[in-house]
Design a protein around this ligand. Structure first.
Ligand code: HEC
Ligand code: HEC
Length: 443
C-alpha cells in the first residue's frame, strides 16, 4: 500500500487537489479526504487508527481504598448536579468505549485514552477519525477529575464540558454536532433503555456528557510506591528516588509549578493548576503571524472554534493565549499532574519529548533561549547525570499498581533509548549562566 511505503512520514493532502502540502507529492484518490467541515486539509497518519481498545479490568472504576486517596478532595470535585451512582458510572464506561458516538463508528474516547496505556495512546500526537492527525498529545484521564481546567490550554472548565468537544471535532470523532451523535445511539434499544434507567428521560446531549464525566470521576489513581513512602514506609522507594524528591523541591525548582504541599487544598497532586510557558518548541513557530491569524479567525470565547484551532491547526502552539488573549499567555500550557507519568510517554503538549530523560534535559538547559514569553521560573539547573537519573527514579515511583509491570518495562525502554538518544541535552547551557531574555515582538 502506498502509505506503508512512505514509512513513518505523515502526509498532508489538500482536500481540493489531493496534493501533499508538505512534500508536493500527489496522493492517490483514496488518500484525499473530502472537505465536509470547512477545515480544508488534514494530515493523514501513516500509522493508521487501530481498533477500539477492549473495555477490560483496567477500565473499571477505582476503589477508594488506595494509599494516598484524597477522600475530602474527591468529594469536593463531584458536582451537585451530577452525583456519582454505580449505574451512571457503568453507563458512562460503556459510552467511553462506544465507537458509534463517532461519525463513522470507528473512534471512541478509548481510542486515544486506552486503559492499557494508562488512558493515553502512546503517540506523540493523537490520531482520530480516518487516521487524521491532531496537534496535541493525548493526556491521561486518570486523576483528570481533580483538574481545575481540562485540556492543555484549560479551555474546558469541567469534564462535562470537555466530553462534548472531541465528539464534534473533525480530527477526532467527526460528528457535525452532538445531536447527530445522540441520534445515532438513540437507534440502539440498549442505549434508549439506558438513558431512561439512569436519567429517567430519553437520550440527550446533557445526560450523555454527564454519564461520561461520571465514569471519568471514577478514575482516581494513587497507591503508588511514592504514596506508600509518604505514608511512612521508608523502604517503598529507592535511595535514588528519595534523592530525586529532595531535588524536586530544591535544585530542580519543580515544586514552583508541580506543587505538592500538604498545607494546600490539593495535597496529593503535582500541579498548581496554572499555565506556564516552559519553552516547548515555541522558537519554531511564527508567533506573530499565528497571533494575527487567531485574532482574525477566532472570536474570543468561541469554544468550538478554539477547539478546532487547538486540535487541527498550527495555532495550537499559542496555547492558553487562544482562550485568554493575553500576550503573557502565548505558548503557555497547563502544568500537568505527574502521577503515572512513567507510563504516559511521549511528553509535553505536542509529544515532543520521547523520554523522561528528554524532559529533564529540556529543564536542565533552561529551555528556549529565544523565547520572550518563557516563564521567569525557568533557568539552567546544572544537574549532573546522576541527579537526572534521580528525577527519573522519582517520577517512576509515581506509578499506580495497575501499571507496575508496564512502568518497569517502560523505565527500562526509556533508559535504553536515552543511552543513544539525548536530542535535548545541552550541557554547556545547563551549566552556563541564565541567558538574557529577548523582549516580546510588537503585534
Ligand atoms: C482522537 C483522539 C481523541 C479522542 C477520540 C478523544 N480524546 Fe480526549 N484528548 C485527546 C487529546 C489530544 C487531548 C488534549 C487536547 C488539548 O489539550 O487540546 C485530550 C484531552 C482530554 C481530556 C483532558 C485531560 C487533561 O488533563 O486536561 C479529557 C478528560 C479527555 N480528553 C477525555 C475524552 C473523552 C471523554 C473522550 C470521548 C468523548 C475523548 N477524550 C476523546 C485525544 C482524544
Ligand atoms: C514554570 C513552571 C514549571 C516548572 C518549574 C517545571 N514544570 Fe514541568 N511542566 C510545566 C508545564 C506548563 C508543563 C507542560 C508544558 C507543555 O507541554 O508545553 C510541564 C510538563 C512536564 C512534564 C511532562 C508531563 C506530560 O504528561 O507530558 C514533566 C515530566 C515535567 N513537567 C516534570 C518537571 C520536573 C521534573 C521539573 C523540575 C526539574 C519541572 N517539571 C519543572 C510547568 C513547570
Amino acid at each position: 500500500m502506498r502509505l506503508a511505503k512512505l514509512g513513518s512520514r505523515a502526509l498532508v493532502f489538500a482536500a481540493s487537489t489531493g496534493v501533499c502540502l508538505a512534500c508536493g507529492e500527489r496522493g492517490g484518490q483514496s488518500l484525499v479526504r473530502s472537505d465536509t467541515t470547512g477545515a480544508g486539509a488534514f494530515t493523514i497518519s501513516s500509522q493508521p487508527l487501530g481498533p477500539i481498545p477492549p473495555d477490560d479490568s483496567l477500565a473499571r472504576p477505582k476503589s477508594p481504598h488506595q494509599i494516598g486517596f484524597p477522600i475530602a478532595l474527591t468529594d469536593s470535585v463531584i458536582p451537585k448536579n451530577n452525583l456519582q451512582t454505580p449505574e451512571k458510572i457503568a453507563f458512562g464506561e460503556k459510552l467511553f468505549f462506544e465507537g458509534r458516538l463517532s461519525a463513522n463508528g470507528t473512534v471512541a474516547c478509548a481510542t486515544c485514552h486506552n486503559p492499557r496505556l494508562a488512558f493515553t495512546d502512546g503517540r506523540p500526537v493523537a490520531v482520530g477519525i480516518d487516521s487524521r492527525v491532531g496537534q496535541r498529545n493525548s493526556p491521561t484521564v486518570l486523576n483528570a477529575l481533580y483538574n481545575q481546567f481540562q485540556f492543555w490550554d484549560g479551555r474546558a472548565a469541567t469534564l462535562e464540558q470537555q466530553a462534548g468537544l472531541p465528539i464534534v471535532n473533525p480530527v477526532e470523532m467527526g460528528q457535525p454536532n452532538l445531536d447527530s451523535a445522540i441520534a445515532r445511539i438513540a437507534r440502539i434499544p440498549e442505549y434508549r433503555a439506558g438513558f431512561i434507567r439512569v436519567f429517567a428521560r430519553p437520550p440527550n446531549p446533557t445526560d450523555l456528557v454527564r454519564a461520561i464525566a461520571s465514569y471519568e470521576r471514577s478514575q482516581a489513581s494513587f497507591d503508588s510506591p511514592f504514596d506508600r513512602y509518604m505514608a511512612g514506609d521508608s523502604n517503598a522507594i529507592s535511595a535514588s528516588a528519595k534523592h530525586g524528591w529532595v531535588l524536586f523541591r530544591t535544585k530542580g525548582r519543580c515544586n514552583l509549578c508541580h506543587t505538592f504541599a500538604d498545607t494546600t487544598t490539593h495535597p496529593t497532586r503535582f500541579t498548581d493548576d496554572g499555565f506556564h510557558n516552559i519553552g516547548v518548541l515555541i522558537v519554531r513557530h511564527r508567533v506573530v503571524s499565528l497571533v494575527r491569524q487567531a485574532e482574525q479567525a477566532i472570536a474570543k470565547g468561541d469554544t468550538i472554534a478554539i477547539d478546532q484551532a487547538a486540535i487541527g491547526t498550527p495555532m495550537s502552539a499559542l496555547g492558553r493565549f487562544l482562550i485568554s488573549r493575553a500576550d503573557s499567555d502565548i505558548a503557555s500550557f497547563k502544568t500537568p499532574d505527574l502521577r503515572n507519568v512513567m507510563v504516559t510517554a511521549p511528553y509535553f503538549h505536542d509529544g515532543s519529548a520521547a523520554t523522561l530523560w528528554d524532559v529533564m534535559d529540556h529543564y536542565n538547559k533552561g529551555a528556549g533561549t529565544h523565547n520572550p514569553y518563557l516563564s521567569t521560573e525557568i533557568q539552567p539547573l546544572a544537574l549532573n547525570e546522576t541527579e537526572i537519573d534521580d528525577f527519573v527514579a522519582l517520577m517512576a515511583s509515581l506509578t499506580s499498581p495497575d501499571y507496575r509491570e508496564l512502568g518497569a518495562k517502560e523505565l527500562a525502554r526509556q533508559r535504553q533509548v536515552s543511552r543513544t538518544s539525548r536530542p535535548q541535552r545541552d550541557s554547556a547551557r545547563a551549566f552556563g549562566p541564565k541567558p538574557i531574555q529577548p523582549k516580546p515582538p510588537k503585534f
